[in-house]
Design a protein. Structure first.
Length: 82
C-alpha cells in the first residue's frame, strides 16, 4: 500500500504523491497513515470532497507542507482509491 521509496519523514518532499490509509476523520480534516511513523493531515480546505472520505479508505495525496521539527505533514487529496 505504501510507496517503497518513502520510509521516514526525511524521505518526503513537497509536491510528491504518497499513498495511505485514512486513520481518522474529524470536522477539520482527515488523518492518513502514509507509512513514515506519523500521520499526515488532509485539511478540509484542501479537499472539497472530504465529506465523502471514510475511515479505512485508501487514498493518494500530494505532500503540501512539511515541518520536520514539529513532525507535521500537510497533504492535499489527489484521489480516493476504490
Amino acid at each position: 500500500m505504501f510507496r517503497e521509496s518513502v520510509r521516514t519523514m526525511s524521505d518526503l518532499k513537497v509536491g510528491s504523491v504518497v499513498s495511505g490509509k485514512v486513520t481518522n476523520v474529524t470536522h477539520f480534516g482527515a488523518f492518513v497513515d502514509i507509512g513514515v511513523g506519523r500521520d499526515g493531515l488532509i485539511h478540509c480546505s484542501g479537499a472539497p470532497v472530504l465529506s465523502g472520505i471514510q475511515l479505512g479508505d485508501l487514498v493518494d495525496a500530494r505532500v503540501q507542507s512539511l515541518d520536520l521539527n514539529r513532525e507535521r505533514i500537510g497533504l492535499t487529496l489527489v484521489k480516493v482509491k476504490i
